[in-house]
Design a protein around this ligand. Structure first.
Ligand code: IMP
Length: 192
């Protein structure tokens, strides 16, 4: 049987390769670039679920492929779930990850409750059906940045049952417990 073509609504080939490895040879995972979708897909929803669905529906409607998309947010308990859907632009448009982390540490200054979670939502549209999938990694926000691995907020996120940040733990440990890893395994189950 030929592989089931599945578009991952991302321009990031590294993300696509990672998922393709997990899904195995029954699936051929293409990126937006692979299908000639070079435009930015709007992410104007107020929830991770909404944004994931916006992107997956856009690809299905405009290009016809079965597809999935992913949206991730960092949700901090003492900040009522912020930055959440605004995680990428927490410190404002045009600011970088260092600015985002600095603002988050500032907003938690003096607070004892530093509980947080990374939450990944995958919207899958395949075989005529829409499915929402969630992966959560619980933990807490460190008092200061440490570690050099990973990306984004990794230097200030300490996953539950660990004493070090994702950026100190390194990719191998992170990829075995992360929100994205959990969501991707559930995606594989949903595609069986
Ligand atoms: P995206 O949905 O992958 O674009 O991620 C949204 C925001 O969450 C960006 O600011 C990322 O840097 C951050 N983010 C997503 N996944 C992770 C992670 O595994 N570690 C740290 N930051 C992340």
């Amino acid at each position: 049987m030929p592989p089931h073509i599945l578009v991952f609504a991302t321009h990031n080939p590294n993300k696509a390769r990672e998922v393709a490895q997990i899904l195995g040879p029954r699936f051929s995972v293409l990126t937006l670039t692979d299908i000639g979708c070079l435009e930015e897909i709007e992410e104007s929803a107020q929830t991770l679920e909404g944004n994931a669905l916006l992107k997956a529906r856009y690809v299905k409607e405009k290009y016809g492929y079965d597809c999935f998309s992913e949206d991730t947010g960092l949700e901090v308990e003492a900040l009522n779930g912020a930055p959440g859907v605004h995680t990428a632009r927490y410190a404002g448009e045009g600011r970088n990850t260092a600015d985002n982390m600095e603002l988050l540490l500032l907003n938690l200054d003096g607070l004892n409750n530093r509980k947080a979670q990374f939450r990944t939502v995958i919207a899958l549209i395949a075989n005529g059906q829409e499915t929402l999938i969630e992966g959560i990694c619980a933990g807490e926000i460190a008092l200061e940045k440490s570690g050099v691995n990973g990306f984004g907020y990794d230097p200030i996120f300490i996953p539950k049952n660990h004493q070090q940040t994702f950026a100190m733990l390194g990719d191998e440990i992170k990829n075995s417990i992360s929100h994205r890893a959990i969501a991707t395994l559930k995606l594989m189950d949903a595609l069986k």
